[in-house]
Design a binder for this molecule. Sequence first.
Ligand SMILES: Nc1nc2c(ncn2[C@@H]2O[C@H](COP(=O)(O)OP(=O)(O)OP(=O)(O)O)[C@@H](O)[C@H]2O)c(=O)[nH]1
Length: 346
Amino acid sequence: MKLVDEVEITVTAGKGGNGCVGFRREKFIPLGGPDGGDGGDGGSVWIQADENLNTLVDFRHQTMFRAQRGEGGMGRQMYGKGGDDLVIVVPVGTVVHNVTTDEVIGDLTAHEQRLLVARGGKGGLGNMHFKSSTNRSPRQSTPGEEGEERTLRLELKLLADVGLLGFPNAGKSTLIRAVSAATPKVADYPFTTLYPNLGVVSVEPARSFVIADIPGLIEGAADGAGLGALFLRHIQRTRLLLHLVEIQPLDGTDPVEQVRAIERELEKFDTGLLDKPRWLLINKADTLLPDEAEAEAARIVATLGWNGPWFLVSGLAHDGTREVMLKVQAALDELDRSEREAADAL
Ligand SMILES: Nc1nc2c(ncn2[C@@H]2O[C@H](COP(=O)(O)OP(=O)(O)OP(=O)(O)O)[C@@H](O)[C@H]2O)c(=O)[nH]1
């Protein structure tokens, strides 16, 4: 599976049907009046968000989308049938740009949110509209309008449900490798020097989530220096953060200080990030004896005053990692449920 975060597509709305020129033809009425009906409107093109999708990969195969045209009007004042609208589904989180004007048309942040991207052409008028006191048998009608055509760039900003936080060397890449069923690459990623390291975690068949390592999170990143800020922006849309810390950092610093340093970054950038569910993963448990590791983990948790979930794990030894991922999946399911309930309550 390859995650693609940017694609270009062309959408064309349906042309309106032409208006009709027609005259009443009935027995005993030799010169009937104009009765040509209007053409139907062309179908419009919509883009709609769907929470069950998490990639734009299908757009690599199909890039042209066209809505149905309206049918022409007919005699006996019959209107042409309108063309059907076309609805293109994309993952929640997709931003739609107009390539020609370089404008953002919209940002699809909620399930089933819709955006009109190309309006169908209006149907033409039949000759019944052109009757006047001076012209009782008009041969005039108007053609249907063309449907709008646009070239769009779809951009999926956020690929991950779960973001990993931690200092360099905390063991983020190792953890992703340990728990991932697949390691997709991001094609055409705009940040060329640093790539978010992604993993698809599938703890059960047909259920999965995407986990992303956010490289470059270093002190100062929140001030806008370097690439850190760009990636911080990406994790704003993750739903759960896993905060990794080495149980005994190689450089001799206190893990408690490392956790706090990253919290300060989160706070500086956007206080909302600190409100996201964040679980502490005390990593590299295998570098200490089991008793020592447990005592040190207890000390870290107590000193931090940590009151959220925390786990003692070893990414390298795959110790405790599957258990954490099962809990993450359950927590994401629970978030889905409460979001649905909140939406239903509206
Ligand atoms: N003993 C032990 N070593 C680990 C564990 N996890 C990672 N390491 C080692 O720690 C080093 C850093 O691990 P990475 O997974 O590359 O860490 P990272 O957080 O992705 O680091 P950056 O890519 O620099 O951000 C590597 O040498 C790993 O082999 C672990 O659970 N136990």
